[in-house]
Design a binder for this molecule. Sequence first.
Ligand code: FAD
Length: 477
Amino acid sequence: MACPDALEASDLLIVGGGTAGLSAGVAAAQAGGRVTILEAGDSLGGTLFLSAGQMSAAGTRLQHALGIDDSPEAHVEDIMRISADTANPTIVGLAARHAAEMYDWLESCGFSAAPACPVVGIDHEPYSRRRFVWGEDGGRSILKVLMAQLGPHLRSRRVATFLGTRVTRLLTEGPAVVGAECESGGVTVRHLARATLLTTGGYTANVAMTEKLTGYEQPAVMSWAGAQGDGLRMAMDVGGRARGRENVVTRFGAILESDAKPSRAIATFESYPERRAPWEIYVNAAGRRFMREDEPGIGSRSRALQDQPRQRCWIIFDQTILDTASPGIRGWTRAQMMAAFDGHAMFARADSLQALALACGLDGEALQSTVARYNASQQRGADAAFGRVHMPAPIMTGPFYAIRQQAFATTSSVGLAVDGELRVIDLADRPIPGLYAAGEILGAAALMGRSFCGGMMLTPALTFGRLLGRTLARPAA
Ligand SMILES: Cc1cc2nc3c(=O)[nH]c(=O)nc-3n(C[C@H](O)[C@H](O)[C@H](O)COP(=O)(O)OP(=O)(O)OC[C@H]3O[C@@H](n4cnc5c(N)ncnc54)[C@H](O)[C@@H]3O)c2cc1C
């Protein structure tokens, strides 16, 4: 539907029809409210189209049925442990206390967890209990349920959705937010509501904003195109503030298509040692190793690369490793790798380490001495520098190979400051009347600190959407 050229009024105005927005829309309609959802894209769903759909909730019916003893308190404890107390305990506590109710509701509406679930962890630091779940079709499994629940409310017009409608600014009366202005088909329209909920997602598709907010380069965009940071910007325009810059964390990385900015990832070198233990070494721009390459923790691996110049490293190996180890690039055959060494800018091959360094723009002497030290450790069977355990072969038989791997952000660490009721707060921590936020707009730093906690983006997005939808959409008395 195109945005109407008229002023609309509803109980709840939801800006962004993705994960949190749809969850809020369904809950608000079920609570009897009249709801408007404004969505910039051509479809509802947002990041659910890309997301792996992994959630974590403690005390669910699924866990009870399997005899798993769990509680929100244990969930919070795990998150604070994994994040080394860098997550926001108020926000984490709110999510953990309500997550099981949200998850049970999803299941009651037809969602089912993949047969292996729940697990303590996969690709993330393990939790202390089996509470990590996902559907067979990732984020789309969740989207299917949300859309089925929204359907009747769309038909009854309790919920009005406007696609292709990008909200550009919030409307205020004094200190209060009373609605939003949007652009649709070249027309500017204002929507008024008793409460406005920002569920516009993150900012990582907006390179300039990511770099400004985080202080780190954003060389590649792998997020939902709608993650432009609009909600954060609009809230800051009416007095809101960002937080979490000190806890920015980037992903261990990917191999980029090119140095164009933004680029895209063409492949990922396997960095999870439980899937493929490394034979290679990683060196930074100075030609030095900087981490234990078989480091088991995703958070530690990510932070190690993030702390290197330009958040990049070169994966170094030799002909023996190429011939002996399984291909290191996820999903690639050896033939694909060899083709890349024939000309791709992120791949280099040379007969000597000195020449390899030159091809990569690294210091040749530094690379040679790094490899010599690693080989000596490998012979001794002990890596005194970093404590690496898996060292099956030295790097000594040319030709030598290098692949450049680059960190970047897929989720937004910095987020909008809210209080314990998810009200957007100003510089003096006072709530801005009428303005609420849920989802990635709150920032990963609030939910997971400077770490990765399984399911702790999606679960809070769905949970907070549901909580706010229920409370904000109650029709005026
Ligand atoms: C590849 C990938 C895998 C992931 N896997 C997981 C996982 O397994 N587990 C997990 O916990 N997290 C995961 N995440 C993160 C998680 O999926 C997201 O944080 C979450 O889905 C975001 O929900 P949201 O509602 O905040 O934003 P979104 O779902 O992105 O929705 C925001 C919506 O707002 C719209 N919008 C933006 N600006 C405007 C505007 N100005 N006007 C109107 N509409 C606007 C957007 O178009 C979008 O539809 C993953 C992320 C990615 C990219």
